[in-house]
Every structure is written in structure tokens, then in C-alpha cells.
Design a protein around this ligand. Structure first.
Ligand code: FAD
Ligand code: GLY
Length: 383
């Protein structure tokens, strides 16, 4: 391991690995540091939906960023799969956001209307049309929004593909090493202090997901990241029973993966770093999943797990330089959409490091800047 790098990335989840991939491709000397095995936290727990239109309701900056990211998938996936040999499970069979009662119909129809203004493929399906498209769905549904362009990936595999892609381009990976503080000198970052000693670099990206607030606090800088636990389970049906991802407002989604499994998620517990799985959480998910696809109860059980989503105070990720600290960047707080937003975040941060953000991109990126919240002053020196 060298002791001086062009860039240190703290956190080897999908966000840190995506930044690492972009910078390594440019020939930079990159080191990724993770306190665990890389990609073993939220990025491993995710269901892998690329739900730009299903999960983001408003046509605001977040939707624009999500659509920009979704568009990057096909080319990036080919590039990564060819480079690493990892099958990321990318499929584009659309999502169905379904109404489970007549009361949900007006809200969903409004969403259809609003998305259809610029995406003519989005449409409303009544109960019969829904049933024709996906015969395994419950006949109690009241219709749904068909979103053909929201695809999906196998999240752990995509996270590994970014990481291995970065490695293939020369990045180094240091695992089971905790970053305990930042090295700062006259408002410039000079490296990190870790459980294995100090490492120098002129640029540092904090991509520690739900743990970003904790790490920055140690450096005397306040950013609000809120851990939000989510539980999921997977089953294997005897034969493929659905093609599209089914997404319901009742807090349940069912994602048919390329390898034949169905991933069912997810619960939501605010302020929890606890990754245990409860029977209470699972039984709620079972009930909701069966109300969407009755036949799912015959599928073979595989496993259950939990992960910690990185939420922020205002619900938007922090992506950008930390004002006042030259060379220090944050890319954290992607909450429910970190897999979807991983391509654009990697490119954004990489362009920010190299001052390559275009005039056209600047207004959109401003929304996610770090100093939209009060940042506490930091003292110089070792932290
Ligand atoms: P993480 O993957 O959590 O990585 C952060 C890394 O930082 C970890 O590996 C950790 O070990 C490391 N770290 C922390 N502190 C330190 C330190 N001090 N020193 C060194 N290393 C450190 N998103 C979607 O787009 N689609 C979905 O369908 C989807 N489904 C989800 C379902 C569930 C149940 C959950 C929990 C999340 C889901 N998400 C989904 C959200 C997505 O998983 C996250 O937004 C994304 O994984 C965040 O990636 P990350 O790299 O920022 O964080
Ligand atoms: N995006 C799905 C989840 O966070 O559960």
C-alpha cells in the first residue's frame, strides 16, 4: 500500500465505489477504505429497483437527477460487465405502481398524467388490463401506473462491479480499517487518520452512507445523516410468476430478479442502526406481499436481511465539496435511491474533483450542495 494518493474514498459501498471507478478510469491513484468488507452495508441490502418514476413523485431536482442517472445505466452496465465479468442482473421490464383500493386511484392517476406529459410510455392500466399484463396479481387491485422505463439491477453485484472495475483500473482497497478522523491543515484536507495509521491524499471523499454524520462529527463538522433500517426477504417461486416489479403505496414491493428469485421489501424504522430482522417486520411484509400476489405463499423461502438506509434532514443526498475545506467532498445520504443514483453520483463527484462540471449541470447540482444546511466550524489539525 502506498501512503500518498490522489484520492482517498472513505466507504466502499456503491456510492464510494462508483466515485472510485470514475476517478480510476482517469488514471488517478485511488484508495478505498472501508471499516468492514466493501459493499456489505446498505448497498448489499437493497432490492435494486431503479424506480425514478415509481419512487420519486415530484418533478423536482431529485427526479431530474434520478432520470439522468437512469439514462446512464445501459452503457455503464455493458462497460462494467465487460471489464469485470460480473453479471449485474440489469433488466428493463418496467414497474407497476398499483392501487389497492379505489381511494388510491385519483392520486396514482394524477401521477400518470404528470409523468405522461414528458414520457408517453407511462400509462394508467385498469384492473382488467393490469391482470392481463400480470396474471399472478390479486384480482382485488383497482388498477395501476405502468412505468416501462424503471428497470432494476442486483444491487450487491452492481456494487461489486463498481469496486472490481475500479480495482481493474488500478484502485487499491483497504478493508476492515476504520477512518477515525480527517487530517486538515489550513482549511485543506491532507489525508485521513485510520485504525491502522495515517494516510495522505490531497482529496478525500466521504461516502460512508448512514455513518457520514458520525464520522464528520468526530472531525467537528455537523452534517445530518439519519439511519433508517429496512428489512427484506427473498423467495424462489416454482416458476416465474411476474415480469414487472410490483410497487405498492402500502410499503411493499416485489422485485423479480434475473436469477428467478423474488425480493420483497421493505420495512422502515427511523433512527435505527440495528440490523436484526424481526418477526413483526417480516409478518407484515408477508401479509402485504400475499395481498399483491396471492401465489407468492407457495414460493420456497430463501432468506431475510436488514440494511441501514442513509437519510438526511431534508431527504436529499449531500453531493459536493465541503465549503472551506479544499479537497474534501461528501457523497452520502442517498436514502431509498442510492442504487439508482450511483452512476450519476460517481460522475458528478469525479467531475467536481477535476472542475469539469458544465454550466448546464451546475443549477441542478446546486440543490445537493453540502452548505444548504448550517455547517459547524472545524478546528485545524489532527482529528
Ligand atoms: P453503504 O452501502 O451503507 O456504504 C457505506 C460504507 O461506509 C459501508 O460499507 C461502511 O462499512 C463504510 N463506513 C462507514 N463508516 C466508516 C468509517 N468511519 N471508516 C471506513 N468505512 C466506513 N436504493 C435503490 O436505489 N433502489 C432500491 O431498490 C433500494 N432498496 C433498498 C432496500 C433496503 C432494505 C435498503 C436498506 C436500502 C435500499 N436502497 C435502495 C437504498 C440504497 O441501498 C442506499 O441508498 C445505498 O446503498 C447507499 O450507498 P452508500 O454507499 O452511500 O452506503
Ligand atoms: N427503495 C426501496 C427501499 O428503500 O426500501
Amino acid at each position: 500500500m502506498k501512503h500518498t494518493y490522489d484520492l482517498i474514498i472513505v466507504g466502499g459501498g456503491i456510492i464510494g465505489s462508483s466515485v472510485a471507478y470514475q476517478q480510476s478510469k482517469l488514471g488517478k491513484k485511488v484508495l478505498i477504505i472501508d471499516k468492514n468488507a466493501s459493499g456489505s452495508e446498505a448497498s448489499r441490502a437493497a432490492a435494486g429497483m431503479l424506480g425514478a418514476q415509481a419512487e420519486i413523485d415530484e418533478n423536482d431536482a431529485m427526479l431530474k437527477l434520478a432520470l439522468k442517472s437512469r439514462k446512464m445505466f445501459p452503457a455503464l452496465i455493458s462497460e462494467l460487465e465487460e471489464l469485470t465479468g460480473i453479471d449485474t442482473g440489469f433488466i428493463n421490464k418496467g414497474m407497476l405502481k398499483v392501487a389497492q383500493s379505489d381511494e388510491e386511484v385519483p392520486f396514482l392517476k394524477k401521477q400518470v398524467q404528470y409523468h405522461a406529459e414528458w414520457d408517453h410510455e407511462v400509462k394508467w392500466l385498469n384492473a382488467d388490463e393490469l391482470f392481463q399484463l400480470e396474471p399472478a396479481l390479486s384480482d382485488d387491485l383497482s388498477g395501476g401506473m405502468f412505468i416501462p422505463n424503471d428497470g432494476q439491477v442486483m444491487a450487491p453485484q452492481l456494487s461489486q462491479a463498481f469496486l472490481q472495475g475500479a480495482k481493474a483500473k488500478g484502485a487499491e482497497i483497504l478493508e476492515y480499517c476504520e477512518v477515525e478522523g480527517l487530517l486538515l491543515s489550513e482549511s485543506r484536507v491532507t489525508g485521513v487518520r485510520t485504525s491502522q495509521g495515517t494516510i495522505q491524499s490531497e482529496n478525500v471523499v466521504i461516502a460512508t452512507g448512514a455513518w457520514a454524520g458520525k464520522l464528520m462529527e468526530r472531525a467537528g463538522i455537523a452534517i445530518d445523516t439519519i439511519p433508517v433500517k429496512g428489512e427484506c426477504f427473498s423467495v424462489v417461486p416454482i416458476r416465474q410468476i411476474i415480469q414487472s416489479t410490483i410497487f405498492s403505496e402500502n410499503g411493499c414491493y416485489i422485485v423479480p430478479k434475473k436469477d428467478g428469485r423474488l425480493i420483497v421489501g421493505a420495512t422502515t424504522y427511523l433512527n435505527s442502526f440495528d440490523k436484526s430482522v424481526s418477526l413483526h417486520g417480516l409478518s407484515g411484509l408477508f401479509e402485504k406481499a400475499i395481498s399483491l400476489i396471492p401465489d407468492i405463499k407457495h414460493a420456497r423461502w430463501e432468506k431475510a436481511w436488514a440494511g441501514i438506509r442513509p437519510q438526511t434532514g431534508d431527504g436529499l443526498p449531500y453531493i459536493g465539496p465541503l465549503p472551506g475545506y479544499h479537497g474534501l467532498f461528501i457523497a452520502a445520504g442517498h436514502y431509498r435511491n442510492g442504487i439508482l443514483l450511483s452512476p450519476v453520483t460517481g460522475k458528478m463527484v469525479s467531475d467536481m474533483i477535476d472542475n469539469k462540471v458544465t454550466k448546464e449541470e451546475r443549477p441542478l447540482y446546486e440543490t445537493f450542495k453540502i452548505d444548504r444546511k448550517t455547517i459547524t466550524a472545524v478546528k485545524e489539525g489532527y482529528r
